[in-house]
Design a protein around this ligand. Structure first.
Ligand code: CTP
Ligand code: CA
Length: 227
């Protein structure tokens, strides 16, 4: 493979990454979730560690293991737990990347006992979760903050809206409707957009190779901001 060799691009830098889906409980045996595998977030954690960073990875429930050293893994389940973990770690990190697919809604009421089936329909009322990335963007001080956008139509337009609304330094836009991109697979196709709003296309590649490229764009843009 053509992975970029280990170097010290991120030596002395602390990188906080979130990955995977969240799981929103309704009763002891049931929950709402989404199709995120966590692979992109894990690939970013490995890529950042390989470039010399000290990495904290906050992950929802996924079936993945880490191979690199210098990665501290924090397992969470719900959007609320991810919010707490991201905020309590935010201030001490230099680069924060939100690759997680956070549930936008959770059941308004949860049950301690398993729900028994009823003769009729069951309407589950859902309430909004907190937008973690938005709240980090509003509280940002020195951090370089990177979001993801999962879109099925007008990806660049919607992605740039998220970059602006959430006060991000860059966004990685995935057209999850296109072949070879998105949640489950081992490959991805992405568009990286920084505050210059000029989209950079990253052609189809393994999630590890896409992660290497993204970390290099982030390193370049951080330098530009500091100077
Ligand atoms: N995000 C978050 N907290 C949420 C929802 C999303 O931190 N409750 C973050 C995701 O981790 C991602 C970015 O926001 O980095 C964009 O997520 P996405 O689902 O594409 O956008 P939303 O803002 O949730 O808007 P919508 O789902 O309506 O497109
Ligand atoms: Ca969403």
């Amino acid at each position: 493979s053509n992975h970029i060799a280990s170097n010290s691009l991120f030596k002395g830098k602390k990188v906080l990454i979130s990955a995977g889906p969240t799981r929103e409980k309704i009763d002891p045996v049931r929950y709402f979730t989404n199709r995120s595998s966590g692979k992109m977030g894990f690939a970013l954690a490995e890529a950042a560690a390989k470039l010399g960073a000290e990495v904290t990875l906050v992950t929802g429930p996924v079936d993945l293991r880490l191979t690199a050293n210098h990665i501290t893994r924090i397992n969470v389940t719900s959007a609320e737990e991810m919010y707490e973990a991201m905020h309590s770690n935010f201030s001490e990190h230099d680069i924060v990347i939100k690759a997680a697919a956070v549930a936008d809604y959770r059941p308004k009421v949860t049950f301690d006992d398993k729900m028994k089936k009823q003769p009729n329909n069951w309407n589950v009322e859902m309430e909004r979760t907190k937008d973690i990335l938005q709240s980090l963007g509003e509280q940002k001080t020195h951090q370089f903050l990177v979001g993801f956008a999962a879109e099925t139509s007008n990806p660049i337009e919607y992605g740039i809206q998220k970059l602006k609304n959430k006060h991000l330094d860059a966004i990685v836009i995935n057209n999850v409707a296109s072949e070879g991109a998105g949640f489950a697979g081992d490959t991805n196709i992405a568009t990286y957009v920084n505050k210059s709003l000029e989209p950079i296309e990253i052609e189809i590649a393994s999630k590890l190779d896409v992660a290497d490229k993204l970390m290099n764009y982030i390193a370049r843009d951080m330098k530009d901001e500091v100077q």
